[in-house]
Design a protein around this ligand. Structure first.
Ligand code: TXA
Ligand code: MG
Length: 310
């Protein structure tokens, strides 16, 4: 059900959920200060309660009202450099953020989205909005309004602003400890963040489970089984290939090229729609080529790997 901005803001203020666009992916939003409203997000997505949500705000000063105490220099520098934009900061949480949003953690995740519709919605609603990606739990994140509807149903209240520009979720950086930590590669390349705050630690599997519950499980997955491509992919007339840059191979049941000119930004933008299209063809399996592990390539490879986990 497509809404106007005014109607979307009215519903959010009344404690209802609304899907809305951001520069990364579509989010499923609710008033972050209203636990009953936030509960509806978990129910609609079938999302486990141990997986905390990102809070969206229109500016740094609103983010500061939600955190505990004054911001340290690294947080200020990152917000100054990259907000609005695809960067989520994990910081000590203040009393205004309900435990349901953070899954009981002492920290919370916050970002200022770089999308005119999202920013206008945040201003009209005048509440921080908790919003995970607007997909069913574990599935592909939606980068179009149609993708939201195909997962969550046509009845879901939705703001449509066309396809998302970045196409993969925000990069999540934790500043909760002395060492800044990269919890999730995403739409802002790691190299750009490190240029501002220096080296980012990468959590081990065990510490990731503790620092960012939900990150270590299967995610972003199509229904058709996905694997990296290999020499044993024969016969392949019933397999779909997700490739990066043209190759002149034949015999695949279907091929989606993330970017014929090997541009990682274009590849990130197309990733979820390409997987969604291949997933709709009823193939026996899908195979993916890894992309170069630099810039946005880190987020793309991360999402593909997570989609393959059993
Ligand atoms: O681009 C995005 O980030 C999109 C758009 C809608 O903003 N949102 C998104 O939300 O991807 P979601 O719920 O799919 O992913 C949130 C991520 C999860 O990996 C979660 O574990 C992590 O953020 N997270 C949230 N709060 C956290 C916290 N307090 N500490 C550590 N990780 C946290
Ligand atoms: Mg998600």
């Amino acid at each position: 059900m497509r809404l106007t901005l005014e109607e979307a803001a009215r519903r959010l203020r009344a404690g209802e959920i609304v899907a809305f666009p951001t520069e990364t992916v579509y989010g499923l939003g609710a008033d972050a200060t209203n636990e009953d409203a936030v509960l509806k997000i978990f129910e609609t997505k079938a999302r486990p309660r141990f997986d905390p949500l990102i809070v969206h705000v229109p500016d740094v000063s609103t983010a500061q009202t939600l955190s505990l105490g004054p911001w340290e220099p690294r947080a200020l520098a990152l917000a100054e450099a990259f907000w609005p934009g695809p960067l989520t900061l994990v910081l000590p949480k203040g009393p205004l953020v309900p435990d349901l949003v953070t899954a009981g953690l002492e920290t919370f995740a916050v970002r200022v989205p770089d999308h005119p519709t999202a920013l206008e919605l945040l201003r009209l609603t005048a509440r921080p909005l908790a919003a995970p990606s607007a997909n069913r739990f574990g599935r592909l994140s939606p980068t179009t309004a149609e993708a939201v509807e195909s997962q969550l149903g046509p009845g879901l209240p939705l703001l449509d602003a066309g396809p998302c520009r970045v196409g993969v979720e925000s990069t999540v950086v934790s500043l909760a400890r002395s060492e800044a930590m990269l919890l999730r590669p995403g739409g802002l390349p790691r190299e750009e963040i490190e240029a501002v705050v220096g080296h980012l630690q990468i959590p081990t599997k065990d510490s990731l489970q503790r620092e960012s519950p939900g990150r270590s499980i299967r995610h972003y997955a199509p229904r058709t089984p996905l694997r990296w491509r290999g020499r044993e992919d024969h016969p392949r007339s019933d397999l779909g290939l997700l490739q990066f840059g043209t190759s002149d191979e034949v015999g695949w049941g279907a091929v989606e090229d993330l970017s014929p000119d090997r541009d990682l930004r274009k590849a990130a933008r197309r990733l979820y729609e390409a997987l969604r299209r291949l997933d709709g063809l009823g193939l026996r399996g899908l195979r993916a080529e890894p992309v170069p592990d630099e810039g946005l390539g880190q987020a793309i490879n991360d999402r593909l790997e997570k989609a393959m986990q059993p």
